[in-house]
Design a protein around this ligand. Structure first.
Ligand SMILES: NC(=O)C1=CN([C@@H]2O[C@H](COP(=O)(O)OP(=O)(O)OC[C@H]3O[C@@H](n4cnc5c(N)ncnc54)[C@H](O)[C@@H]3O)[C@@H](O)[C@H]2O)C=CC1
Ligand SMILES: CC(C)CC(=O)C(=O)O
Ligand SMILES: [Mg+2]
Length: 352
C-alpha cells in the first residue's frame, strides 16, 4: 500500500505533517509513504509546480495525501503556481472527477458554527463537486479588443458525459445516505447549467429510490445557512461546489475542519485511487507560525484509508479521535482557541 505525500506550500507542510504522524501511529502493516514536491518547492527545484517526477510518484501510488498549493504573498510565485498548473493539473492528470466534501456538525460543536445552534444541529450533508471540468478548465485568456480595452474570458462548458458520470456518483452516494439529491445549478441563466439539469434528470431514471430536486446556486447559498437540514447530498459543478463548500465549512465551525476526497475510476486491490486534501488552501497569512488547524487534513487521511485502502476501522478511529479532541476542548486559533498545529496533532494522537 503506497501513499504519495505532497505537502505543497504555505500551511500545507504543517498540516500534512500532523496527518502523517496520525497515519504512522496506526502502524498499518505494509504501508509505505513516498514524498513528492508540488507547488513552490517543486517550482524552485524542478522549474515546474507539477513536475513529471511528481506525476510519476502520483501514478504509482494507491492514494495521495495533499496539503495545498499557492502563495499570493509573492505575485511572481502565485502566477507561476497557477492552480491549473499545480493542484488542478494533478486532479486532471489523474482524472479525479468526483470531489466528495462531507459537512457534518460534530457532537457538541454548535458553539463553533456561524449559524444559530438549533440550525447548526441540522447539518449533515455531502457536497459532490465535479472536479475536472467547468469554467476552471475552459479556454481562457486576456485579450485586447479592437478598441484597445482588455478583456478577460473563461469558457464555461460541460459535456454530457462529464455531467452523467458525476451524477451517477451523487445518486449512488444518496442511496447510501438519506436518499435525497439536490442538484445545484444556474439553469435560469447558463446554457451549461441547462444541459447539466437535463442530464441529471435523465440519470435520475436509474435511481427511482432517490428524491431529486434542483436549486439555483444563489438560492442554495442562502438555504445552506437558513436550513441546512434540507440537504442530504448536493451535486454541483466545479465552481459552485468550490464556493458552497467553503461556506458549508463555516456552518460546521471552521474551514480547518472540512476534509475532501477526489476520486476517479481507477481501482486497486484495496479500493479507489484518490487524492485527499483539506478543502482549504495554503493560507499564506498564517503559514510558518504553527497556527493552522490540521484537523481537516487529518480527517482527509481518514477518508483516504476508507476509500483508497479499504481500512474502515482505522478511518473511524481517526474520526473518533478528532471528535474526542474537540469535545475535550482542544481548539486552534480558527476555533477561537490557542492550541498550535502541533498541539492539535498531539491531542488527536493521544486519543487514537
Ligand atoms: N487545494 C489547494 O491547493 C488550494 C489552494 N488555494 C490557494 O491557497 C492560497 C490562499 O488562498 P485563500 O483564498 O486565502 O484560501 P485559504 O483557504 O488558504 O485561506 C482562507 C482563510 O482561512 C484561513 N485558514 C485556511 N485554512 C486554515 C486552517 N487549517 N486553520 C486555520 N485557518 C485556516 C486562512 O488563514 C485564511 O484566513 C492561494 O494561493 C490559493 O490559490 C486555495 C484553495 C485550495
Ligand atoms: C485552486 C482552487 C480551485 C482550489 C480550490 O479552491 C478548491 O479545490 O477548493
Ligand atoms: Mg476552494
Amino acid at each position: 500500500m503506497k501513499i504519495a505525500v505532497f505537502a505543497g506550500d504555505g500551511i500545507g507542510p504543517e498540516v500534512t505533517r500532523e496527518a502523517v504522524r496520525v497515519l504512522e501511529a496506526l502502524n498499518i502493516a505494509g504501508l509505505e509513504l513516498v514524498y513528492g514536491d508540488v507547488g513552490g518547492a517543486a517550482y524552485y527545484k524542478h522549474g515546474h509546480p507539477l513536475p513529471q517526477v511528481t506525476l510519476d510518484i502520483a501514478n504509482d501510488a494507491d492514494a495521495i495525501l495533499f496539503g495545498a498549493v499557492g502563495d499570493y504573498s509573492c505575485d511572481h510565485l502565485e502566477r507561476a503556481l497557477r492552480p491549473e498548473q499545480a493542484v488542478l493539473g494533478l486532479r486532471k492528470a489523474l482524472s479525479l472527477f468526483a470531489n466528495l466534501r462531507p459537512a457534518k456538525l460534530m457532537p457538541g460543536m454548535e458553539w463553533a458554527s456561524a449559524l444559530r445552534p438549533e440550525v447548526a444541529r441540522e447539518i449533515d450533508l455531502l457536497i459532490v463537486r465535479e472536479l475536472v471540468g467547468d469554467v476552471y478548465f475552459g479556454e481562457k485568456g486576456i485579450r485586447t479588443l479592437e478598441d484597445g480595452r482588455r478583456q478577460g474570458w473563461d469558457l464555461m462548458s460541460y459535456a454530457e458525459d462529464e455531467v452523467r458520470r458525476i451524477a451517477h456518483v451523487a445518486f449512488k452516494a444518496a442511496q447510501g445516505r438519506g436518499k435525497k439529491l439536490c442538484s445545484v445549478d444556474k439553469a435560469n441563466v447558463l446554457e451549461t447549467s441547462q444541459l447539466w439539469r437535463d442530464v441529471v434528470i435523465e440519470v435520475s431514471a436509474d435511481y427511482p429510490d432517490v428524491e431529486l430536486t434542483h436549486m439555483y446556486v444563489d438560492n442554495a447559498a442562502m438555504q445552506l445557512v437558513k436550513g441546512p437540514g434540507q440537504f442530504d447530498v448536493v451535486v454541483t459543478g466545479n465552481l459552485f461546489g468550490d464556493i458552497l463548500s467553503d461556506q458549508a465549512s463555516m456552518c460546521v465551525g471552521s474551514i480547518g475542519l472540512l476534509a475532501s476526497a477526489s476520486l476517479g475510476t481507477r481501482q486497486t486491490q484495496y479500493g479507489t485511487v484518490g487524492l485527499y486534501e483539506p478543502i482549504h488552501g495554503s493560507a499564506p497569512d498564517i503559514a510558518g507560525q504553527n497556527k493552522a488547524n490540521p484537523m481537516a487534513t487529518i480527517l482527509s487521511a481518514a477518508m483516504l484509508l476508507r476509500h483508497s485502502l479499504g481500512l474502515e476501522a482505522q478511518a473511524a478511529r481517526i474520526e473518533a479521535a478528532v471528535e474526542k479532541a474537540l469535545v475535550d476542548g482542544i481548539k486552534g486559533g480558527d476555533l477561537g482557541g490557542t492550541a498550535t498545529t502541533t498541539q492539535v496533532g498531539d491531542a488527536v494522537l493521544a486519543r487514537l
